[in-house]
Design a protein around this ligand. Structure first.
Ligand code: NBG
Length: 867
């Protein structure tokens, strides 16, 4: 352990959070005797005259860009390239955002509304420039301005590197919710970490396997963040906690690091409201240890600063898995402690008694990652604010709300007690104390039910003991929700069953996930957005903010002219994707074929393997056909993209097999006109924005009961792609909306899964008997048709033995569903109608609906419009 111990602090109470002298997000205006506001400083008119306004027209825009070229970048027309132009344009757009951002923060400070905070360890923002220009309503002006300066806006947009501070759906959902909060003018801030390296870059090695490279996204400076070097918070680790009377304690010693704030502007769509996402960076409290340096030990002198800086150096590349690394726990505490302290001092600036905290603050816990916020708020209240224990607990349990995003056992967070005791001695005491009181209450309600006590305990017994974060999040929160109807039901009947019996069912509910139609239609599919606006007869702003308006498209489903336009847009999006693939990978794609897409993290439960084996099955069938027979076949291009966690062996092997199967079938002259397959490396938000509008069909084929919601399913359907899926997650609600005849469902249902798994374990049937078609596919792979078969045995054996994800059970009905897809695609007009109907019925899946549910039903906050 490397730590910087401040000898002065040993044995002394931890310092209180500094009383806030001023906030960086606006002053409280003072008033004179007559109640009139006093201008805070200098000559009011000089200030007002000198304050920049938002760019109004093209000359404003070009002037601002040129100014940044000359000043911020110190360049001229002679030496500016696309990258430089991107930076200057981004800085110009940022200036516009900042005007709204400043006004928004001042407005919040003045009105002092109840605020909500979204704590998420991941925010998968993607690119910002295009989104910022669209939300500001300045895209046209910037396009023209950039053109006049001799650049092309699309090329400039393309220079931006994704902010990829997330793994997948959970992080992207957080980003969509920020967009919706701002668009709905809700006083919501996000809190996260500013990782130096986001999700790794994925490369594909010559043998087809995934390689990982770091993602140095901050290499070129990041124009979208405001470093707040003066907003800092001290965060302590290790040390010791000494109990005092009445539940209080003093935590001292150990290592202290500094959390430094970076603010990211979150513009709402066509509103002034521009919210804030505050990301924390870790810094050593003292640059280096002067004693060691003076003693000649330079390395030791910088050790503590290195250890402080590593806390926010890297995003853990895990999605739906838990890795018990100490550094990850450190990240979680660092972030929750900094955020809670920041929230507390902002609340204190409201000047209200501490007991009113929950009337001004609501905190949403995005999965269990921020659960330490619960004992941290207890610590702040009890140890630092002198609030009695029971009162503190009632404040805590009125403040937090908890969203669960998975029922997969391997993803439920548990931390070893010895680790937590070492790293966070005071929090461990608090957790033990809470547990005792809680279990006493359980005992009172269910006397003598010891199994129940063991199940509900915050501590899992064993060697070592573990802290169960979901249990802690549940008892510390006012409400608990899942992310789609089925998932929320599963939360209530499986992982939280005992808690439902204890607290009553009204604490548990559902908020089905949503996506922002701004990014996931207007921005990624501008031609479709324009056609929709023309057709609906309302403004774009109106339907983008009330997505149910898309139903107006239903009237036009049978109009051949409209169908033709609709189909032409899909076709040009397919060509755009083909062009992208040709430019980046040097591969030509047949755009007349059906585009069939599965893009998501590689995970056994998501069953990319099922899709892959289906492709091999089709390939083998094509090989058996005569050339004449093949001509009747519907040509298909299958796209895969997605990253595997670096330590997830089976998932990585799946990528390798996809790549090698693709090599064989794409090179086969007999079949390549009818079937081809591509693995597009380095999946990202930006790649999704190209793939999704181009898909005819997308696959969401998880084993029933495993995918909590899924959100890309919504994105595809919003862009008129049809869905092939299992009866799982949000697929179910999509089908309810668009109608069963417009989706392709297959596979066993959730209630059957447990029994099937039991049968697989205790009464196994060989795959040759259970599913001969699948057995034939597996045998071809083993026999080396796609390269050395022995390499893939571990993957194939997951199916042959145990088959936990039930591929042998679902393969036949999957193949049948694919035939139905083929048949449906033959009737192109009917297919287009399905596509239009699908888009038309996606109103429910706007993240605006979801965020308003959180705001109204949980947080109890209201819109706070900027005048
Ligand atoms: C993921 C689920 C998805 C869901 C997103 C967003 C985790 C732990 N869960 O199905 O697997 O769409 O969360 O809710 O990443």
């Amino acid at each position: 352990m490397t730590s910087t111990i401040d000898p002065k602090l040993i044995g002394k109470p931890a310092p209180r959070p500094r009383r806030h002298v001023r906030t960086l997000t606006g002053y409280f205006p003072e008033k004179d005797a007559s109640g009139k506001e006093i201008w805070p400083r200098g000559d009011e008119n000089v200030w007002k005259d000198g304050t920049r306004a938002i760019d109004k027209d093209v000359p404003d825009v070009t002037k601002s860009i040129i100014n940044h070229v000359n000043t911020s970048l110190a360049r001229q027309a002679y030496n500016i390239d696309d990258m430089g132009a991107y930076q200057a344009v981004a800085l110009a757009a940022r200036d516009d955002l900042l005007i709204n951002w400043n006004e928004t923060q001042l407005n919040y400070t003045r009105k002092a509304p109840k605020r909500a905070y979204y704590l998420s360890l991941e925010f998968l923002m993607g690119r910002t420039l295009d989104n910022a220009l669209l939300n500001l309503g300045l895209k046209d002006n910037f396009t023209q301005g950039v053109d006049k300066l001799g650049f092309n806006i699309e090329d400039i947009i393309d220079k931006e590197r994704d902010a990829a501070l997330g793994n997948g759906g959970l992080g992207r959902l957080a980003a969509c919710y920020l967009d919706s909060s701002a668009s709905q003018e809700l006083p919501v801030w996000g809190y996260g970490l500013r990782y130096k390296y986001g999700i790794f870059q994925q490369l594909i090695a010559p043998d087809g396997s995934q390689l990982e490279a770091p993602d140095p996204w901050l290499e070129h400076s990041n124009p979208w963040e405001l470093p707040r070097v003066d907003v800092t918070i001290d965060v302590r680790f290790y040390g010791h906690a000494e109990r005092l009377d009445n539940g209080k304690a003093i935590w001292s010693g150990g290592q202290e690091v500094l959390a430094v704030a970076y603010d990211v502007m979150i513009p709402g769509y066509h509103t002034k409201t521009t919210n804030n996402l505050r990301l924390w960076e870790s810094k050593p409290k003292r640059g280096f240890d002067l004693n060691s340096f003076n003693a000649g030990d330079y390395e030791k002198a910088v050790q503590s600063s290195n250890s402080a800086e590593t806390i926010t150096s890297v995003l853990y590349p895990n999605d739906n898995t838990m890795v018990g690394k100490e550094l990850r726990l450190k990240q979680q505490y660092f972030w929750t402690a900094a955020s809670l302290n920041d929230i507390m001092r902002r609340f204190k600036n409201y000047g209200k008694p501490i007991t009113e905290f929950p009337e001004y603050v609501a905190i949403q816990l995005n999965d269990t990652h921020p659960t330490l916020a619960i004992p941290e708020l207890m610590r702040l209240l009890v140890d630092e604010e002198d609030v009695p224990w029971d009162k503190a607990w009632s404040i805590v349990t009125s403040t937090f709300f908890f969203t669960n995003h998975t029922v997969l056992p391997e993803a439920l967070e548990k931390w070893p007690v010895p680790l937590m005791q070492h790293l966070l001695p005071r929090h461990m005491q608090i957790i033990f104390d809470l547990n005792l009181t809680f279990l006493q209450a359980v005992e009172k309600k269910f006397p003598g039910d010891r199994d129940r006590l063991a199940r509900m305990s915050l501590i899992q017994e064993g060697y070592p003991q573990y802290v169960r974060m979901a249990n802690l999040a549940c008892i510390g929160s006012r409400r608990v929700n899942g992310v789609a109807e089925l998932h929320s039901e599963l939360v209530k009947t499986t992982i939280m069953k005992d808690f439902v019996e204890f607290f009553g069912v009204s604490k548990f509910s559902n908020v089905t996930n949503g996506i922002t139609p701004r990014r996931w239609l207007d921005q990624c599919n501008p031609a479709l957005s324009t056609l929709i606006t023309e057709t609906l007869g309302c403004t774009k702003n109106e339907w983008l903010k009330d997505l149910y308006k898309l139903e107006g498209l239903l009237k036009h489903v049978d109009d051949p002219k409209f169908q033709k336009k609709w189909a032409a847009i899909k076709q040009s999006n397919k060509e755009r994707l083909a062009h992208h693939v040709e430019v980046t990978l040097g591969i030509k794609i047949n755009t007349k074929a059906m585009f069939d897409v599965q893009i998501k993290r590689l995970h056994e439960y998501k069953r990319q393997t099922l899709n892959l084996l289906g492709v091999v099955h089709r390939y083998l069938a094509l090989k058996k056909m005569t050339p004449e027979q093949r001509k009747k076949i519907n040509p298909r291009v299958v796209f895969f993209a997605g990253k595997a966690a670096p330590g997830y062996y089976i998932a990585k092997l799946t990528i390798r097999l996809i790549v090698n199967v693709a090599r064989v079938i794409n090179a086969d002259p007999d079949t390549k006109d009818y079937l081809s397959m591509f693995f597009l490396p380095d999946y990202s938000v930006t790649l999704a924005e190209i793939l999704i509008p181009a898909s005819d069909l997308s696959q969401h084929i998880s084993t029933a009961g495993t995918e909590a919601s899924g959100t890309s399913n919504m994105k595809f359907c919003l862009n008129g792609g049809l869905l092939l899926g299992t009866v799982d997650g949000a697929n179910i609600e999509i089908a309810e909306e668009v109608g069963d005849s417009n989706v392709f469902f297959f596979g066993h249902l959730t209630p059957a899964v447990e029994e099937l798994r039991y049968q697989h374990t205790y009464h196994p049937v060989p795959v040759e008997e259970k599913c001969p078609a699948l057995a034939a596919v597996l045998d071809e792979i083993s026999a080396g048709r796609f390269g050395d078969g022995s390499v893939y045995e571990p993957l194939l054996n997951t199916i042959r033995q145990g088959d936990y994800y039930l591929l042998t059970e679902d393969f036949d009905s999957y193949i049948q569903a694919l035939s139905m897809v083929d048949a449906a695609y033959q009737d192109r007009t009917e297919w287009i109608k399905k596509s239009i109907r699908t888009t038309a019925k996606m109103g429910k899946f706007s993240s605006d609906r979801a965020i308003l549910t959180y705001a109204e039903e949980f947080w109890n906050i209201e819109a706070c419009k900027v005048p």
